[in-house]
Write a protein that binds this ligand. Structure first.
Ligand code: ARG
Length: 461
């Protein structure tokens, strides 16, 4: 063998090409370079501070790591064929630079605690970055909600027109869902903020290392209590991917609505040219591809979550190479969710709402039915009886072709006062209860949303 693997000692033959091709992770875990270097610097400094290595040696290792860092930052780091993952690549280069001192970097450490450390540092930073992107998307929804004032549209259940709701209320409903995602990402950060460094391969070390020292240097809030758990725990990856999956599911639901809203059938909104695509054959087409992919990519992101859980479910303690399969689903979910958040926020931000179409749809007589029933209830009729009475009027209107408003005007118990409820825009204003869809509850809801967002922002690391 020309160049040796880090673990070559007990082997007499070089690894097969097929083994390397199948098992190496450098193609994707290269993304952890800065986190691996941060972990290694903290480890080397700890070895110097605790007297496991002479200061001159720990200083030489740290200087070599800083040089590797600048090689990565400038894109000049040269990979070798035997670099099976980012951790071995960096250690190999440190040893090239620092010679005998470099060969001491791995003292009291295993790739198992090393990789867990790097991945936690990465996840901590990236979950916070995604949380910021979710907050931006919430801000776009809230700004558009503010802009559209008292515009209303039909609210739906079962995708059947139900009652009129303010457009701002509808947009903020999605903002509320996304605000919970920010909370989940921040909760995941709180739980993952634990240093696994010092757990070694699985059982700690006989050397007088100081895991609290490296924990403090890395800025982790806590430290592992059990070395087996420290190297086998990927709960934080699964939890983070779940939080990302929930974002994806929320973006997917938004996407589905925008596909509908921008269709000719609904006509509630138009996309800006910059956020729509054309057809290669049909010259008239303007397609909502961002909305469709917001919906479509959720499938694959759910796959990342279920894939990782399936990988974890059968693993005995402690580290198993299966755990290397934690990274691609995490990276992919982060990338897809980050891009989706940006595209959906841009799409919504630049879209045009067709207020007249929305309001005309919401002014359809059938959407007043609940108000008629409540009007009777306010005058003493039991709700069930009122519901049945209005239902019969709706049925009679459909069968006879007489408009519902005429039937209401002519009715003994309803009459002209109740018929006034059909005037455009009346029904939405009557939604006055706590958190309701009408204008009177909108201002306090907005304040509450801003309060929640401010509290979430304060929790960002
Ligand atoms: N690339 C590996 C991973 O991501 C590093 C750990 C390998 N450790 C080992 N003992 N083979 O999990």
């Amino acid at each position: 063998m020309t160049e040796k693997h880090l673990w070559h000692g007990r082997f007499n033959e070089a690894p097969a090409d097929s083994l390397m091709a199948f098992t190496q992770s450098i193609g994707f875990d290269v993304r952890l370079w800065q986190d691996d270097i941060a972990g290694s610097i903290a480890h080397a400094q700890m070895l110097g501070a605790s007297g496991v290595l002479p200061r001159t040696e720990s200083d030489a290792i740290v200087a070599a790591l800083r040089r590797v860092e600048s090689e990565f930052a400038s894109g000049t780091f040269a990979f070798a064929p035997n670099d099976e993952d980012i951790h071995t690549a960096i250690e190999r280069r440190v040893t090239e630079i620092a010679g005998a001192a470099g060969a001491r970097l791995h003292t009291g450490r295993s790739r198992n605690d090393q990789v867990a450390t790097a991945l936690r540092l990465f996840a901590k930073r990236e979950f916070a970055a995604t949380a910021r992107r979710v907050l931006h998307c919430i801000d776009v929804l809230d700004r558009r909600a503010q802009e559209v004032g008292d515009t209303y549209l039909p609210g739906y259940t079962h995708l059947q027109r139900a009652q009129p709701v303010l457009l701002s209320h509808h947009l903020r409903a999605h903002a509320w869902a996304l605000s919970r995602d920010v909370g989940r990402l921040l909760d995941a950060i709180t739980r993952l903020d634990v240093s696994p460094l010092g757990a070694g391969a699985l059982a700690g070390t006989s050397l007088p290392t100081d895991a609290h020292d490296s924990q403090r240097r890395l800025g982790f809030a806590g430290i592992f209590a059990n070395s087996l758990d420290a190297v086998s725990d990927r709960d934080f990856v699964a939890e983070g991917i779940f939080a990302l999956t929930m974002v994806a599911v929320h973006l997917s639901r938004i996407g589905e609505e925008w596909v509908l809203w921008t269709s000719e059938e609904f006509g509630f909104a138009s996309l800006s040219d910059r956020h729509a695509t054309g057809s290669s054959m049909l010259p008239q087409k303007k397609n909502a591809d961002i909305a469709e992919l917001a919906r479509g990519k959720a499938g694959r992101i759910i796959g990342n979550l279920t894939g990782l859980l399936a990988t974890l479910k059968g693993l005995p303690l402690s580290y198993n190479r299966d755990l290397q399969e934690d990274k691609e689903p995490l990276f992919d979910s982060l990338d897809q969710v980050n891009r989706g958040l940006e595209a959906v926020a841009d799409m919504i931000s630049a879209a045009t709402f067709h207020v007249d179409v929305m309001q005309r749809a919401a002014d359809a007589p059938s959407l007043v039915a609940t108000d008629l029933a409540e009007w009777l209830v306010a005058r003493g009729m039991p709700f069930r009886q009122a519901h049945a009475k209005v239902g019969e009027l709706v049925s009679r209107s459909l069968a006879s072709g007489t408009s519902l408003v005429d039937l209401v005007r002519a009715d003994d118990q309803l009459g002209p006062d109740a018929a006034a409820l059909f005037a455009p825009g009346i029904a939405v204003r009557r939604r006055t209860s706590h958190g309701a869809a009408g204008p009177s509850a909108a201002a306090s809801q907005r304040e509450e949303l801003h309060r929640v967002i401010t509290a979430l922002q304060a929790r960002l690391p």
